[in-house]
Design a protein around this ligand. Structure first.
Ligand code: BGC
Length: 325
């Protein structure tokens, strides 16, 4: 019998949801969208999720994405969302608001799960790195069908600057970058990621992926690189898959262990010990200049966690754009 789960994708501008058949990845209802309340405080978002659940008249399990680090249902960062989310127990909030069983995971992790199960990464073994280019840059890393959660590679630094505010879809729009110029930035980033991870496949998702025909040919990596195919539905489908895996007892909690991505019926049981997570630092105020990260490799300061530090004022100063190598 088919298993049905409500998948919800919480974003900065919209909260979208649909009931998903987790055996096929098919959406079984309309995809309903409600604008994200502003300010997007935990209470306001929880009420909107409740509204969405009521609109779809849903009474079963719920899988939900969130654009931040999520560990054991607790949101630990807030790069593009209200700071009140740092340390909030998102799962409990949404369960209390809806009266349903809810699991919450990072949005790019969910999108990667959806794409690997039913989309551009279907059937791929080895290391798959999905990147979403939208308001932020999200990353989902999947090794042999299992997710390594919360990689947060959009916050990597290149040449002393954080990549997200320099190469996201939002940066392209706000800094009025044409596809050629934006793609040069993305190539710098992708090459760096390729040096660090050597993935077998890159999947490019997020709002920008609908314009693949305008930049796909200009991307320069050794690995295969493809656009996401589930488009806006990847997060909804991936969230539903994750919720089903938890329900099936295949994993005790997501984001604390490797996350199975194949169809739930093929998942291996995994036991996860929950621990109390500590909130990370708040949002990053990174340089919004047109500065090109220098061609040096990552600075000695650069490690993923540094994305969550506040750059010094000299880092925030506009610098002369350097040449793209
Ligand atoms: C957040 C990530 C998220 C990405 C895409 C980043 O700013 O830190 O958690 O996946 O945006 O929404």
């Amino acid at each position: 019998m088919s298993k049905h789960v409500l998948g919800i994708d919480i974003g900065g501008t919209g909260i979208k949801g649909a009931v998903v058949d987790v055996e096929t990845g098919a959406l079984l209802t309309e995809r309903h969208r409600i604008p994200t309340p502003q300010p997007a405080t935990p209470q306001a978002v929880a009420q909107t999720v409740k509204q969405l659940v009521a609109h779809l008249n849903w009474k079963g399990p719920v899988g939900c994405t969130f654009p931040a680090v999520v560990q054991h249902g607790v949101t630990l960062s807030a790069a593009n969302v209200d700071n009140a989310w740092i340390g909030a127990n998102a799962e409990k909030l949404l369960e209390d608001a809806t009266g349903l069983d809810v699991i919450v995971l990072n949005d790019a992790d969910a999108a990667a799960l959806g794409e690997v199960a039913f989309g551009a990464g279907k059937g791929h073994q080895g290391l798959v790195l999905m990147l979403t280019f939208g308001t932020g840059i999200g990353s989902g890393l999947i090794l042999d069908g299992k997710l390594v959660p919360n990689t947060e590679l959009g916050h990597l630094e290149l040449g002393g600057h954080e990549v997200e505010p320099w190469a996201s879809g939002k940066a392209k729009e706000e800094q009025e970058l044409g596809f050629k110029r934006w793609t040069k930035r993305v190539n710098r980033y992708l090459k760096h990621l390729e040096m660090l991870f050597t993935p077998d496949l890159f999947i490019i998702g997020g709002g920008i992926s609908k314009d693949w025909s305008k930049f796909g040919d200009m991307l320069e990596v050794k690995a295969e690189i493809v656009p996401a195919v589930l488009r806006n539905n990847a997060g909804i489908v991936g969230a539903a898959l994750a919720a089903q895996a938890v329900r099936d007892g295949k994993i005790g909690a997501i984001n604390s262990d490797l996350m199975p991505t194949s169809l739930p019926s093929s998942l291996e049981p995994q036991v996860v010990k929950a621990s109390t997570p500590k909130p990370r630092a708040s949002r990053v105020k990174a340089a919004q200049t047109d500065t090109m990260p220098s061609s040096e490799a990552v600075t000695s300061e650069s490690k993923p966690d540094l994305a969550l530090k506040t750059p010094s004022s000299s880092e925030l100063k506009p610098q002369k754009p350097s040449k793209i190598p």
